[in-house]
Design a protein around this ligand. Structure first.
Ligand code: SAM
Length: 267
């Protein structure tokens, strides 16, 4: 059982960790596409940063059958999910480390492959995150990143901007989280890596309002706050109401951009 504080990113994810896989199924397919985009090769030592419940690790295991995987995540609850699901896989040595990317205690130049799926947009020190992951890679190693891309979620942002009192933390999160291709290229090059391919995928989805609200509860609990607090509950009700007003016959329509990046460490 997690004891982390809800108002930290890791605490938010710990609070909702048991609901993560049900609410964010799209991240599973994203992790699979990310793994398919990695150049063919032998990857015995794999590092999964922001590993969460282990979807990227699972996809890498399915494709490359590594000997050893290290999963890093500051969220105790997410690591518990990972351990319960993948901890007992035969033939693979799995090590879990509770830490943030910025100060992860992993040995330098030790990994053939670093994966980071749907976590980079939550990192608060993006340049240092890329540098830390680059340090962990063996010369010639590969890094594969998937994160939220700029330009998505505009319809939801418009709702948030229209519900009072304005939740400035939520509004700011859109600028803080969503990354563009050029920015990602900058992080990688600055970390001494050679980008092989960086691209954006734009999806349009129609979902029931309550499904979208559930996804936000699960991935952004630290921003939204405690829904048992009457003020937070009232604000969420007004958000939901506005979304229903703006929904069509097929539900809430929104765009989501996914940014993919593959790079190699020279050597
Ligand atoms: C949306 S989940 C993604 C989990 C998993 N990689 C996947 O593909 O489903 C984001 C994860 O990033 C983790 N995270 C947040 N801040 C982090 C940081 N500074 N360093 C490493 N991981 C972090 C969270 O705890 C959470 O488990």
């Amino acid at each position: 059982m997690s004891t982390q504080r809800r108002d930290t990113i890791a605490g938010g994810f710990s609070d909702t960790s048991s609901d993560y896989e049900g609410a964010v199924r799209y991240n599973l397919e994203g992790a699979q596409r990310l793994a398919l985009s990695i150049p063919p090769g032998a990857y015995d030592d794999v590092l999964d940063v922001g590993c969460g419940s282990g979807w990227a690790t699972q996809a890498v295991i399915d494709r490359f059958h590594p000997a050893r995987v290290t999963g890093v995540d500051p969220s105790e609850g997410m690591l518990e999910q990972f351990q319960a699901k993948l901890g007992g896989i035969a033939g693979i040595d799995i090590t879990l480390v509770q830490a943030g990317v910025e100060d992860m205690p992993v040995p330098p130049e030790s990994f053939d492959l670093v994966v980071c799926s749907m976590a980079y947009h939550w990192f608060q020190q993006r340049w240092e995150a890329a540098a830390a992951m680059a340090r962990a890679m063996k010369p010639g190693g590969v890094i594969a990143i998937l994160c939220s891309g700029k330009g998505g979620e505009q319809a939801y942002r418009d709702v948030i901007a229209d519900v009072e009192p304005i939740n400035y933390q939520w509004l700011g999160a859109f600028d803080g989280n969503l990354r563009d291709i050029g920015e990602m290229e900058g992080y990688l090059v600055h970390a001494g890596l050679q980008p092989l391919d960086i691209w954006m995928e734009r999806r349009t989805r129609n979902v029931p309002v309550e499904e979208y609200m559930e996804r936000m509860r699960v991935v952004a609990g630290h921003i939204i706050g405690d829904p048992s607090d009457p003020e937070v509950a009232g604000w969420l009700q007004r958000v939901e109401q506005k979304m229903r007003e703006r929904s069509g016959p097929r539900g809430w329509r929104y765009d989501f951009n996914k940014l993919y990046a593959i790079a190699r460490k020279p050597g």
